[in-house]
Design a protein around this ligand. Structure first.
Ligand code: URA
Length: 281
């Protein structure tokens, strides 16, 4: 791969190793993308590093039902989650936009759904929208997003339109901004979780990069610090998952940038090895 000057500077700043990617087919839009044939498998992964939760398998997706048991607080959370697990992309986006299941709907400007390729091999999961994301309706558009974009570019990846190998999908654990960027509360995380689960099921990424402790809590059900979980490959159902520091944390802790770069290299190597195995199978 040919590195641009910007990429070289980024690599210099963060670490040494580089990664080359293969090419492939074109991106898919939310309106045309059908979920892949099999939903994310519930089969137990052979070597789980942490205890994983079970997610109900999703039957074939349907358009948004007229009666949605989801857009208000106090409804049956299980029924709501089951319903969300049936939604296709447009219905899921609508359900997120209309969600009033927790108090964050009162203070948000808009929901922040996610961005990227619906067939992405890489799925990046962050925490929650901040002020700029709440204004723009897109995840990671503030300073942390700039760093994330630089890190992705150093790997030959992008959020901008590209083939699924190169264009990532980025989503947050919470779809609404917590006031004054406070930490998400457990009820808010619980109400938003089915949306993220469904996004993962529809995309079926080859790899998930979980950034920061709230993404880790939501996906791995672990309250271990990121520093303890990074550096090895976990699983979210059958999808390999690599834990790394949140870019906002990296902006304040420059010394950990090299570790974050190692995490990205681990993620790239994991995905490449899995795809190589799949090609040979
Ligand atoms: N931090 C996040 O985790 N997500 C965003 O979208 C922005 C900042």
């Amino acid at each position: 791969m040919a590195w641009t000057e910007r990429q070289r500077l980024m690599l210099q700043e963060m670490g040494l190793r580089v990664w080359a990617l293969a090419s492939s087919p074109a991106p898919v839009s939310e309106t045309t993308a059908a979920p892949l044939a099999a939903p994310v498998s519930r089969a137990a992964a052979p070597q789980r590093a942490v205890q994983l939760r079970t997610v109900s398998a999703s039957p074939s997706p349907q358009p948004a039902a007229a009666a949605v048991p989801m857009a208000h607080a106090g409804g049956d959370a299980d029924a709501r989650a089951r319903h969300i697990a049936t939604l296709d992309w447009p219905a899921l986006r609508e359900a997120v936009a209309a969600c009033t299941a927790c108090g964050l709907c009162k203070t948000r400007r808009q929901t922040v759904f996610g961005v990227g390729n619906l067939r992405a091999r890489w799925m990046i999961v962050g925490e929650a929208p901040g002020e700029q994301e709440d204004l723009k309706g897109e995840p990671f558009v503030g300073p942390a997003g700039q760093l994330l974009d630089n890190m992705l570019h150093a790997l030959g990846l992008t959020r901008a339109e590209a083939a699924p190998e190169r264009q990532v999908y980025i989503a947050n654990t919470l779809k609404c901004r917590p006031p004054r960027n406070r930490n998400p509360e457990p009820h808010e995380l619980a109400m938003c979780e089915p949306f993220l689960q469904r996004q993962i099921e529809l995309i079926r990424p080859g790899l998930i990069l979980a950034m920061g402790r709230f993404a880790v809590q939501a996906l791995l059900r672990s309250s271990e610090p990121v520093g303890k979980l990074r550096g090895r490959v976990h699983r979210y159902h059958d999808v390999p998952l690599v834990v790394t520091y949140h870019p906002a944390y990296l902006l304040r802790n420059l010394a950990d940038k090299a570790r974050a770069w190692d995490d990205l290299c681990l993620a790239a190597a994991t995905l490449a090895a899995a795809e190589d195995r799949a090609r040979r199978a």
